[in-house]
Design a protein around this ligand. Structure first.
Ligand code: BTN
Length: 330
């Protein structure tokens, strides 16, 4: 369901979240938020009832000691410092697919930056009709409605924008992620995140783009079907400890907004450079399946439109869509 603008309870939570490990006095909170001390206490109690751990120490005040591992607006909103992304949040316990819901909302007029998040998906979709494994309360599944000022031919650039953002959020979380063209995020050759970009457009105008992001955050090996166990990983598997999903979701949205702004203001060139720096594809011997063809060669670069350039013995092939298999290092 969509969430209303911040309540006093959320404001108290934001204040505590901003203070990090520090204590804040009840007086400071009541002065800042224009609440009585009794109201502050009431909100602290309500937050505790929602699963937040809040220390209260006489003469020092309150300190946020733990947030529940849930992805509702109450957890997410205080962590967001974005101007558009996630300012309207639609959070669900279960959906078929967050991207399907985001597309419906976009058709109904959802604004740029509205985000749909679900704790689990019963019909999570990957690229090329694949299924996206979506175990409940383990990972991150979200879709963002974007209304970019771009001709349809350039909308695919947003796929690379999103892969950069998710790669950066993973690196901030201590995971050595890289990008396989066009937008698979890998760690040690295993997939940790995927991005699905869909759009509605007229010949000269994009109505909306929905960027769907799935990140394996706390999935355990046994959460993946047997056939994927050698191919997929998660933040928890890589770091040997679970990650706080709400914090990670906020980091993804912040990074995504940052790169969307760079793209809107400076175009594709800085995206292309940043993507190249994070690529695990370029310089590698690859086999690309595209339009029923198999192309083997060396992935040399991406061009000004984000297409992959593969040098074969005969020519340089320009690939707009396809599946890339990384072969031996060059
Ligand atoms: C891929 O790598 O094939 C893309 C995977 C995209 C998965 C995400 S999970 C959130 C959103 N909802 C979906 O049904 N798919 C995307």
């Amino acid at each position: 369901m969509a969430s209303d603008p911040s309540s006093s309870e959320e404001l108290v939570l934001s204040f505590l979240a901003e203070a990090g490990d520090e204590f804040v006095s009840g007086e400071a909170i009541s002065d800042k938020l224009g609440l009585t001390r009794a109201a502050v206490w009431k909100h602290v109690e309500a937050l505790r009832a929602h699963g937040y751990r809040i220390d209260a120490v006489p003469a020092r005040g309150y300190r946020l000691a733990g947030i529940p591992d849930r992805l509702t607006a109450l957890e997410l909103r205080p962590l967001l410092n974005t101007h558009d992304l996630g300012q309207v949040l639609h959070t669900y316990e279960e959906l078929g697919s967050t991207s399907d819901r985001a597309k419906e909302l976009a058709d109904e007029g959802a604004a740029h930056g509205e985000v749909v998040v679900a704790e689990t998906q019963t019909a999570g979709r990957g690229r090329r009709g694949r299924t996206w494994i979506s175990p409940p309360r383990r990972n991150l599944y979200f879709s963002v409605v974007l209304r970019p000022d771009l001709p349809p031919a350039r909308a695919a650039e947003l796929t690379l924008v999103a892969s950069l953002a998710i790669c950066d959020a993973l690196r901030q979380a201590g995971v050595d992620a890289g990008i396989k063209w066009p937008n698979d995020v890998l760690v040690g050759g295993k997939k940790i995140a995927g991005i699905l970009t869909e759009l509605a457009a007229e010949p000269d105008r994009v109505h909306w783009v929905v960027v769907g992001v799935g990140v394996n955050v706390n999935a355990r090996v046994e959460d993946f079907p047997a056939e994927l166990r050698e191919e997929a990983t998660s933040v928890a598997i890589e770091r040997h400890e679970p990650a706080p999903r709400a914090l990670f979701a906020a980091a993804c949205l912040t990074a995504l907004e940052g790169w969307i702004d760079v793209h809107a203001e400076q175009g594709f060139a800085p995206i292309r450079n940043a993507w190249r720096e994070r690529s695990v594809t370029l310089g590698r011997q690859v086999l690309v399946r595209s339009d029923g063809r198999e192309i083997a060669g060396v992935a040399e670069d991406i061009d000004e439109q984000g297409a992959l350039l593969v040098r074969t013995p005969e020519r340089v092939e320009r690939i707009l869509a396809g599946d890339v298999h990384l072969l031996r290092p060059r």
